[in-house]
Design a protein around this ligand. Structure first.
Ligand SMILES: Nc1ncnc2c1ncn2[C@@H]1O[C@H](COP(=O)(O)OP(=O)(O)O)[C@@H](O)[C@H]1O
Ligand SMILES: [Mg+2]
Length: 260
């Protein structure tokens, strides 16, 4: 067996499959550019390291259950002036994750709450933090079911383990007694231990109504807000603007609001 083939075999045997595949090409470039041995090795190992990082990020992203892929770069801050770009950039440093602080994104539908939550989640994944995304309704349904089946503790671990838990669309559906208790247990258990990014279309004043219990609502909000960044988004729905632009929707004032 010639040395080159043996090298390839050994790289594969060691699990360095990307380096094995890149070997021929890297050798050729090294010869052409007259690289030193160290430069050659650095390049070859770099190919493997890069491939591994990409694989790692893909796996972490899949495990996070994000509903879509949106980044901060995709977010048009000019469209949503009530969002302070500097504050979001500061959050993107993930200092809040290291402090186990929470981020509460509030506002009407379509203003970019989920988009920003997902974008911060992706940043956290890039930094090697565990992230898990769940809709509030599914989360509470899941915990209620687990409790009925006497396996709440085990199920709760799914939501306690990730450094960042994204709870989306809280408040769209009212919570019954069991859901409210489960939420309280979860928020208390994560308190000062892991971050929650929560999006909601309800203001804090409405939480009592959503949870069906003003006292528990206060207790939950107290823990959530103790270390938190609140982002209140007031503005137009991005989705509706897109539609309006495409001519699918004429101005609301022109069609609906005027008497005939
Ligand atoms: N300022 C923005 N710049 C770019 N895309 C936006 C912006 N705001 C919202 N979007 C897009 O509009 C859609 C709805 O936003 P989303 O975050 O899901 O809204 P919600 O506030 O209801 O969670 C998504 O596709 C999102 O990427
Ligand atoms: Mg949303």
């Amino acid at each position: 067996m010639i040395p080159l083939e043996r090298c390839r075999d050994q790289l594969e045997h060691l699990g360095l499959t990307q380096a094995a595949q890149a070997l021929d090409h890297t050798l050729e470039v090294a010869a052409r550019k007259e690289w030193s041995y160290a430069e050659f090795l650095q390049d070859l190992l770099g190919v493997e390291a890069q491939a591994r990082r990409e694989r790692y990020l893909r796996t972490r992203t899949r495990l996070a259950h994000l509903p879509y892929r949106r980044t901060l770069e995709d977010f048009d801050f000019a469209f949503q002036p009530s969002v302070d770009e500097r504050q979001i950039r500061e959050l993107a440093t993930l200092a809040f994750v290291h402090e186990a602080a929470n981020v509460l994104l509030l506002g009407p539908p379509g203003v970019g709450k989920t988009h920003l939550a997902v974008a911060l989640g992706l940043k956290a994944i890039e930094q090697g933090q565990g992230v898990y995304f769940v809709r509030a309704h599914n989360l509470l349904e899941d915990l209620a079911r687990a409790q009925a089946e006497h396996r709440l503790d085990r199920r709760m671990r799914v939501y306690l383990a990730p450094k960042v838990l994204i709870i989306d669309e809280f408040g769209v559906w009212p919570c019954d007694r069991i859901a409210t208790t489960a939420l309280f247990t979860l928020i208390s258990a994560r308190y000062e231990r892991g971050s929650i990014i929560l999006t909601s279309n309800k203001g804090f004043a409405e939480w009592g109504e959503v949870l069906g219990d003003a006292v528990v609502a206060t207790a939950i909000l107290d823990r959530l807000m103790h270390h938190s960044h609140v982002i209140n988004i007031r503005g137009e729905s991005y989705r509706l603007r897109e539609k309006r632009r495409a001519g699918m929707l004429t101005s609301v004032t022109a069609t609906d609001a005027q008497p005939r």
